[in-house]
Write a protein that binds this ligand. Structure first.
Ligand code: GDD
Ligand code: MG
Length: 357
């Protein structure tokens, strides 16, 4: 149990890729399998035995504190530290230093859904007497991440943030163990990127930076497509969480939701509070936020339907984000990464892909 370790969760920066679309809430508070996304990460931290967690953010701390409070309901001691201006990942860590007392500190990117054994990551850190240990995973396309080659002893050789020509498919999973004294060496009061400045600097100075590689479930929830797939993985129990509000399965049905007979809802779909689904609708792997409505015969696949939004009769919505309160008119066809802004109303037949009608 990691009761002698503290955790820092970074939930700041831009973080806006979904914000104008669905909600006024910051991204880590987006409902994911029935609870704010951040609740899943916090539940994993608690399950590993960590109690004290500092949330380092550059915006809207009150949205987090209004929901999580002092953390007691989760078995945590939760504190919030807000940056005056976004300080970047390294600056965000440095900014919470005065709240840390443990010798080893776990740091998390707040937008990652992960099933790794945190005890094992800390174990690697201690066994190798590292200054910093990085959790690493292998992905198909490493270009959007920090590429991190290691040697046969698991020693990190290089850190290449978002490079077009990555030398390995092994990437930074966004979970680190820092020796506390290393955090104190990060410059204070200015933006610092841990990926572009701190890690390369430590390597150049000959510090011991260890990699902990495993095959755990892992997904960065930064894009709508990843959010949708990660949410479905949570609902189906593929991604581990101790914060789910109901049993795992094909559907997570929240209070007051109603699915008409003859509708088919599956693939890890979340049906939010008070959602109404009409007869003959077919919904696969989708996120339906509270109060959304899906009319008869509509088809929804791998999409987010915002709170209070409506998908009209016979409409088809695939790989799309529909903003809060927006209306997709009957027989409309939306697909291919499209994002419909909140409150926009598409009339019946207003958008089509197929040439008929
Ligand atoms: N407090 C604070 N302040 N947090 C920040 C700031 C800031 O100024 N900027 C970013 N963050 C937080 C984000 O909220 C997110 O949780 C985390 O730091 C990482 O930022 P992203 O913007 O999501 O970065 P990324 O996904 O492109 O890349 C990072 O994550 C990858 C793994 O998911 C890097 O760490 C990559 O190296 C890594 O592979
Ligand atoms: Mg990210």
């Amino acid at each position: 149990m990691l009761d002698d370790v503290e955790a820092v969760v970074l939930v700041g920066g831009k973080g806006t890729r979904l914000r104008p679309l669905t909600l006024s809430a910051p991204k880590p508070m987006l409902p994911t399998a029935g609870v704010p996304f951040l609740a899943h990460l916090l539940s994993r931290i608690r399950a590993a035995g960590v109690r004290r967690v500092v949330l380092g953010t550059s915006y809207l701390a009150e949205t987090f504190s209004a929901y999580f409070g002092d953390g007691a309901a989760l078995g945590l001691e939760l504190r919030y530290v807000v940056e005056d201006q976004p300080l970047g990942t390294g600056g965000g860590i440095r900014n919470v230093a005065e709240h840390l007392t443990a010798a080893d500190v776990l740091v998390f990117n707040g937008d990652v859904l992960c099933g790794t054994d945190l005890g094992a990551v800390v174990g690697t850190h201690r066994r190798t007497a590292a200054d910093v240990t990085l959790h690493l995973v292998r992905v198909q396309d490493p270009r959007a991440y920090g590429c991190v080659p290691t040697d046969a002893d698991g020693r990190v050789l290089d850190f290449l943030e978002k490079t077009d020509d990555p030398p390995t498919d092994q990437i930074n999973a966004g979970c680190y163990v820092f020796r506390r004294s290393v955090i104190d060496t990060i410059p204070q009061g200015r933006p610092v990127s841990v990926e572009r400045e701190t890690f390369p600097g430590l390597l150049a100075a000959g510090a011991r930076v260890s990699g902990h590689v495993d095959n755990a479930y892992w997904r960065d929830m930064g894009t709508p497509a990843d959010l949708i797939h990660g949410s479905a993985d949570l609902v189906r129990g593929v991604a581990p969480s101790a914060a789910l509000p109901g049993p795992t399965g094909e559907v997570m049905l929240l209070e007051g939701a109603k699915i008409a007979e003859g509708a088919l809802v599956f693939g890890g779909t979340t049906v939010g509070r008070g959602v109404q689904i009409g007869a003959g609708a077919r919904i696969e792997g989708a996120m339906l936020f509270d109060g959304a409505a899906v009319d008869e015969g509509a088809i929804i696949e791998h999409a987010v339907i915002g709170a209070g939004a409506r998908v009209g009769q016979g409409a088809s919505v695939v790989d799309t984000v529909v903003g809060d309160r927006a209306v997709v008119g009957a027989q409309c066809e939306l697909r291919g990464g499209l994002r419909l802004w909140p409150d926009v109303i598409l009339p019946p037949h207003g958008v089509r892909f197929s040439p008929d009608v």
